[in-house]
Design a protein around this ligand. Structure first.
Ligand code: ADP
Ligand code: MG
Length: 315
């Protein structure tokens, strides 16, 4: 199969919202009046972000999901994506499944694939996602204000726990492992939440590298500090033990793709309503304070000493 056939067969779909989609040297797009374009790229590398034999259907989903998560964190409506693929070989079954997983999620979110690049090489999947947000209304990392509540969506640590179980660092009961593995392999980007938080949240970020590392980006950009309560953090019912591995997964595990956001206390009622409407737990885990670091309080009120804040490819 030629490169052109491959693109045509697996990655070319109708793109009614683009002026020009796949097939030319560049796609042509028009952003609607009153909107800004939000653009973000996330790359998944075999051996670093996933096992080489990962299920291609789930990988197609995850490749787009991690990108949608970035737009969710900006409060942007996803519109378009490009896909840069480096493939070790042309494997029809793999491509069929990968593209199916990708397009299933794309359709759910109204995203059109408008271009990309395809080369031979080690398995590497890179998406650039584009979305629209009304002028000046994006949720940014630099907007956190003193005394804001700090909130997170969903449950934290599950993806990292699933990975720890797969790597034999922890043994999870089977039913808990199953739930955690779904979060690891099929994260659900919180796009609807990001949209609902426009005009409510002062700042937001998606948790991809671990709660403390990502929350650190909010208070670094906003020039404030944070205080969080460890027991308030929503995590799997496996918490009883709260051993070191669990604690690490919850605070710094990464791959959660939940949103962490800050909002004034006056917005609590509205945020609780959003939680009900979206059937998504939203939990207050702390607040923004003066200073420039993050304090994590244990159940007994003492300050926890944290070794690792999150995942860093080069640390
Ligand atoms: P060029 O050589 O001019 O960069 P290519 O031959 O790489 O063009 O790509 C041809 C067309 O196919 C372009 O419109 C490009 O955006 C699109 N394309 C290439 N790879 C992919 C892919 N994996 N998914 C979607 N579109 C792709
Ligand atoms: Mg090209």
């Amino acid at each position: 199969m030629s490169e052109f056939d491959l693109i045509q067969r697996y990655f070319t779909r109708a793109t009614p919202s683009a002026i020009l989609g796949v097939g030319d040297d560049a796609a042509l797009l028009k952003v609607r009046d009153g909107m800004e374009l939000a653009v973000s790229t996330d790359m998944l590398v075999s051996g670093t972000h996933f096992f080489p034999d990962a299920d291609p259907l789930l990988l197609g989903h995850k490749t787009l999901a991690v990108n949608l998560s970035d737009l969710a964190a900006m409060g942007a409506t996803p519109r378009w994506a490009t896909l840069a693929l480096s493939l070790p070989s042309v494997d029809a079954v793999w491509l069929e499944q990968f593209s199916r997983g990708f397009f299933l999620l794309a359709e759910q979110h109204g995203v059109e694939l408008i271009g990309g690049d395809t080369t031979h090489g080690p398995l590497n999947l890179s998406v650039t996602i584009m979305g629209e947000v009304p002028k000046g209304r994006a949720l940014r990392r630099d907007g956190a204000s003193m005394d804001d509540d700090i909130w997170v969506s969903g449950m934290l640590g599950e993806a990292a726990l699933a990975l720890a179980h797969q790597q034999g660092r922890i043994v999870l009961p089977q039913h808990i492992f199953a739930a955690c593995a779904t979060h690891l392999h099929q994260p659900q980007p919180r796009v609807a939440l990001g949209l609902a938080l426009r005009g409510i949240a002062n700042s937001a970020i998606d948790i991809s590298d671990g709660l403390l590392a990502d929350l650190g980006h909010i208070f670094g950009r906003s020039r404030v500090g944070a205080e969080i309560d460890y027991i308030a953090i929503p995590a799997v019912g496996f918490n009883e033990g709260k051993g070191d591995v669990v604690q690490h997964c919850v605070l710094a595990g990464g791959d959660d793709y939940e949103l962490c956001f800050t909002a004034p206390a006056t917005c609590r009622g509205e945020i609780e309503k959003i939680s009900v409407t979206l059937a998504l737990p939203l939990t207050r885990i702390g607040k923004i304070v003066e200073g420039n670091g993050c304090t994590v309080r244990a159940a007994d009120g003492g300050i926890m000493q944290i070794k690792e804040q999150g995942y860093d490819h080069f640390a």
